[in-house]
Design a protein. Structure first.
Length: 83
């Protein structure tokens, strides 16, 4: 199985990306966690670089970006430019 493109980022970059996505959406950690089906301390640990999201969580984040349309596509494009 190949790893998701987000796994190519170092942990602090993944955390910063997740935080920027969440803030762009105007969501609290609790709201973002509920969307992803995790508890909010998990999102906090991702954002602070203590743990890395699972492949399933990364795919849900990617789906969220795709569902956002143009705004989400801009985030995905920025990510691809960093890799």
């Amino acid at each position: 199985m190949t790893k998701h493109p987000l796994y190519k980022l170092y942990q602090p970059k993944i955390g910063k990306l997740i935080r920027s996505i969440r803030l762009e959406l105007g969501m609290t950690q609790e709201q973002f966690a509920a969307y992803l089906g995790v508890v909010y301390p998990t999102v906090n640990r991702w954002e602070n670089g203590h743990t890395q999201p699972s492949l399933m969580a990364l795919r849900l984040i990617e789906k969220l970006l795709i569902d956002l349309g143009e705004r989400g596509q801009e985030f995905l494009q920025q990510l691809q430019n960093r890799l």
